[in-house]
Design a binder for this molecule. Structure first.
Ligand code: OOG
Ligand code: MG
Length: 263
C-alpha cells in the first residue's frame, strides 16, 4: 500500500470518526476539489485498514453501488462503484438495529452472491462468476452516508466506503443456475406498506453484468472476489429511509424475503 500523506490520514480519521460517533460531516471534495477517483479508492483502502483495526473485525465481502442507470443519471455519473463489507456490519433479521448508532440510514433491496472460489483477473466472464457462486440470497443493505444530507460526488462516496454500514442476508439460499437472475421482481415495504418496486434488470441490465464489471475492475487493481465472500450486487430500486421502530421487508420473486428492523 502506498505511503499516506498527512492530508490522507486526516481525511481518513475525519470519515472514520463520523461513522463511529454517528455524526454527519461536510463532504471532503468541498475542501479538496482536486481529489480524483483513483485517489478516492486509495483513501477507501486506508479507511478500511484503519476500520478493521479500530473495530477489531474482518472483511467478509464486497458491495457494488450505483449499478442502476437511474441512480447513475441522478448523480450525473457513468460508472458503478465498490466498497467492502466487514463482519461487524452484518445485521440479523431477529435483532433490531439501534437507530441511535447511525446517522440517516436507508435500506436497499439487493441480491447477495455467496462466492465459493477465488476470482481474480481482468477478463472474467458471467459464466465464471456463475460457476464460482455457490448460492444467491435475498438481502437488504443499510447505507448511511457520513455526508451531510446524504449528498456527495463520486469521489466523496468512494472514499466513504460507498456509504456501507450494515447488511442483512435472508436465510433462504438458492442455487444460482436454478433461476433467471436477470428478471427478478421485488417489492419493498415499510411497516406493511409498499414503498418501492423494482427488478434485478435495473442492476446494469443483469446482476451478473455488475458482478463481471466489479471483478474486472478489482482485477485491474490486483484484487478480486475471494472464496467465502458475500457480494451485494447493487440496489434494485431507490433506497428508503429507516427510523426507530421501522420494519422494512423486501420480497423477491423466487428468492423469498428478508426483513430488517430498527429500535
Ligand atoms: C452509495 C451507495 C449505493 C447501491 O446499492 O447502489 C449503493 C449511496 O447511494 O449512498 O450501495
Ligand atoms: Mg447498495
Amino acid at each position: 500500500m502506498s505511503l499516506k500523506t498527512d492530508q490522507d490520514k486526516d481525511i481518513i480519521e475525519y470519515l472514520l470518526y463520523a461513522e463511529r460517533d454517528a455524526h454527519e460531516v461536510i463532504k471532503i471534495t468541498d475542501e479538496f476539489p482536486e481529489l480524483t477517483i483513483e485517489k478516492a479508492y486509495e483513501l477507501q483502502d486506508g479507511l478500511l485498514e484503519r476500520r478493521l483495526k479500530e473495530n477489531n473485525t474482518k472483511t467478509v465481502g464486497i458491495k457494488l453501488g450505483l449499478t442502476s442507470e437511474a441512480k447513475q443519471e441522478m448523480m450525473g455519473v457513468k460508472e458503478a462503484i465498490y466498497g467492502y463489507l466487514h463482519e461487524d456490519m452484518l445485521a440479523f433479521e431477529w435483532e433490531a438495529i439501534d437507530r441511535s448508532t447511525l446517522i440517516h440510514p436507508k435500506a436497499e433491496p439487493e441480491i447477495a452472491f455467496f462466492i465459493d472460489e477465488d476470482i481474480q483477473g481482468e477478463n472474467i466472464t458471467e459464466e465464471e462468476i456463475l460457476k464460482a457462486t455457490k448460492y444467491v440470497a435475498p438481502a437488504l443493505e443499510i447505507i448511511d452516508s457520513r455526508y451531510k444530507d446524504f449528498k456527495f460526488t463520486l469521489v466523496d462516496v468512494v472514499a466513504d466506503n460507498c456509504s456501507s454500514t450494515k447488511f442483512v442476508v435472508g436465510s433462504k439460499l438458492a442455487l444460482p443456475d436454478s433461476i433467471d437472475l436477470g428478471n427478478i421482481g421485488m417489492t419493498m415495504s415499510k411497516n406493511g406498506s409498499v414503498e418501492q418496486t423494482g427488478t434485478s434488470a435495473a442492476v446494469l441490465g443483469h446482476p451478473l453484468k455488475a458482478m463481471v464489471w466489479a471483478a474486472n475492475l478489482l482485477g485491474s487493481r490486483g484484487k478480486g472476489f475471494k472464496k467465502g465472500d458475500i457480494v451485494l450486487s447493487g440496489a434494485m430500486s431507490e433506497a428508503i429511509t429507516m427510523e426507530a421502530d421501522d420494519t422494512i421487508t423486501a420480497e423477491f420473486d423466487l428468492l423469498g424475503s428478508v426483513s430488517v428492523s430498527c429500535k
